[in-house]
Write a protein that binds this ligand. Structure first.
Ligand SMILES: C[S@@+](CC[C@H](N)C(=O)[O-])C[C@H]1O[C@@H](n2cnc3c(N)ncnc32)[C@H](O)[C@@H]1O
Length: 246
């Protein structure tokens, strides 16, 4: 079996979006659309999970900057965003206008940071597109760069979440060999990876369970109002590196 070429499939996906929609809209669509809305949702989720203004955050697969753009007036600490799409990183850097933040291309499952430097390592809608072994490689790297007690947060497509099943069915029906892959994960796999890496599973939130306390209400483009405590949509796992005295 041939290993998927993430870079080629994502680059061709972005190129097609630019031709069809123009660069500005393509940069919103490449991360899944709802740029401002999902950015606010991701920001609120991280603040709920303990992200402080002074913390250091590394966002893997940040794309065109949906999360960092939403965090630009909150996070005062260091930020590093990585992605395989250099064009999307350029867009993110311009849009965030935070010269102190870094946007860095990565081409392997590696994180370009020193050991024990990040309070939070995040992967939003990234493990949704990677093979198990690449997810595990990233978790190994995330553990390396996380500070003691640092958190690793990732969203995922969940076999246990009924609301995600239609995505699995659509993926089964899609015969395009160049499609961007949709990867489903089971809770058992997350627990196994955490055990192998000596990471604590703090919590796994089901995609349909309300848990994110929005710090700012918003409307989705279809008119749905999001306010108060809302579901995330994708399931979210929070892993924690052991503290110094654990
Ligand atoms: C659905 S988008 C989500 C972007 C962003 N995390 C967000 O929530 O707005 C997935 C992103 O992951 C990036 N990506 C895919 N495979 C990757 C890899 N192996 N390493 C780093 N980024 C990757 C894609 O280029 C894309 O920007």
């Amino acid at each position: 079996m041939k290993v998927p070429d993430y870079i080629a499939s994502y680059k061709s996906h972005l190129a097609k979006l630019i031709v069809e929609h123009g660069r500005e809209e393509a940069m919103q669509l490449i991360v899944g659309g709802e740029y401002d809305q999902i950015g606010k949702l991701e920001r609120s989720a991280l603040i709920d999970l303990g992200l402080e203004r002074y913390h250091s955050l590394v966002d893997i697969g940040c794309g065109s900057g949906r999360l960092p753009f939403a965090l630009r007036d909150y996070l005062e600490g260091p930020f590093v965003g990585t992605d395989i799409l250099e064009d999307a990183l350029d867009y993110a850097s311009d849009k965030c206008d935070r010269p102190d933040w870094r946007f860095m291309p990565t081409f392997q499952s590696s994180i370009p940071l020193g050991d024990a430097t990040a309070d939070f390592v995040t992967f939003f809608s990234v493990f949704t597109h990677l093979l198990d072994e690449d997810i595990f490689r990233f978790l190994l790297e995330a553990k390396r760069v996380a500070k003691p007690s640092g958190k690793i947060v990732f969203s995922f497509l969940d076999f246990e979440c009924d609301r995600h099943w239609h995505i699995f069915e659509a993926t089964v029906a899609d015969q395009n060999p160049l499609r961007v892959i949709n990867k489903f994960i089971s809770h058992g796999a997350i627990r196994r990876w955490a055990r192998a890496l000596d990471l604590k599973v703090e919590v796994i939130y089901d995609g349909s369970a309300p848990w994110v306390n929005l710090d700012e209400p918003f409307n989705y483009t279809d008119g749905r109002r999001a306010e108060g405590v809302v579901e995330f949509g994708q399931s979210v796992a929070v892993l924690r590196k052991c503290g110094l005295n654990e």
